[in-house]
Write a protein that binds this ligand. Structure first.
Ligand code: SF4
Ligand code: SF4
Ligand code: SF4
Length: 246
């Protein structure tokens, strides 16, 4: 069973390190790299997010993402559920044009010709000058505001440019069902107390998914809160697929 203290400790540590790591998750630095034909840190990080999601799904979001930590801890102050649904598609309306821009700029630059992990981050630390500090504060403000207005981890649902990489990876792993980290549900054990749902940081309709014997939603970040909350053992984490996904 996932250890929630460890998970939140890792998330909090990642949040504290956000002033150092900001550029490695930046949607802008990768564009600047593309314009100069440079494979930079965020390019490598986004590829790694996709590759790791083929085995671990969206665990990065649950354990390591500083913005995720910001929103999850922010959501503890204001415990509003995020509506999700079709609004979750907003992030693709951001992601597709953004990817297109990266592709076009890299083609105009004559393709990628060099690798510099520290492109635009010469010192290795993202927030190393006053202008960078202002950008950092704007990012923090943006994620906190969307959490307070739209609910728990709303930024993950609606605006995150990194989530689609992991969602695609998760869809692929769930389709091929190779051994990978996922949840299994047993509807016969469920007493419909809805406690799992209340504990879900992604505001997912967990009880309904358990009733269908499938808790593998691409918005699920595999935090394991529902597993820990369910006293009936109706949800477990697993590596091997035991049940058919509906
Ligand atoms: S969805 Fe985006 S912001 Fe949210 S935890 Fe995942 S990577 Fe971070
Ligand atoms: S906490 Fe367990 S028993 Fe209660 S609704 Fe969720 S899966 Fe069912
Ligand atoms: S469904 Fe469970 S594992 Fe997935 S995000 Fe919600 S609480 Fe976490």
């Amino acid at each position: 069973m996932p250890n929630q203290k460890l998970r939140k400790g890792l998330l909090f540590t990642s949040l504290l390190l956000f002033p150092i790591t900001l550029n490695y998750f930046s949607p802008y630095v990768i564009i600047d790299g593309a314009m100069q034909g440079i494979i930079n840190g965020s390019f490598i990080v986004f590829i790694l997010l996709f590759v790791t999601s083929l085995v671990f799904g969206r665990s990065f979001c649950a354990y390591l993402c500083p913005a995720g930590g910001l929103m999850e801890f922010g959501g503890m102050v204001q415990d509003k559920k995020t509506k999700g649904g079709k609004r979750n598609l907003i992030k693709y309306a951001i992601w597709v044009p953004w990817l297109g821009m990266i592709a076009i700029f890299s083609i105009i630059a004559g393709g990628y010709t060099s690798i510099n992990f520290f492109h635009l981050t010469d010192s290795g630390i993202s927030v190393d000058r006053p202008e960078a500090y202002i950008i950092y504060l704007i990012v923090v403000f943006l994620f906190l505001v969307i959490t307070f207005i739209s609910g728990k981890r709303a930024g993950c649902h609606y605006i995150c440019w990194m989530a689609p990489f992991m969602i695609i990876g998760t869809k692929i792993k769930n389709y091929f069902k190779w051994p990978s980290y996922h949840l299994e549900a047993d509807s016969e054990k469920c007493i419909e107390c809805h406690l799992c749902e209340k504990s879900c940081p992604m505001s997912l309709k967990v009880t309904k998914m358990v009733q269908k014997d499938s808790v593998n939603n691409t918005e699920c970040i595999l935090c394991g809160n529902c597993v820990q909350t369910c006293q009936q053992g109706a949800i477990i984490t697993a590596w091997k697929w035991k049940k058919r996904i509906k």
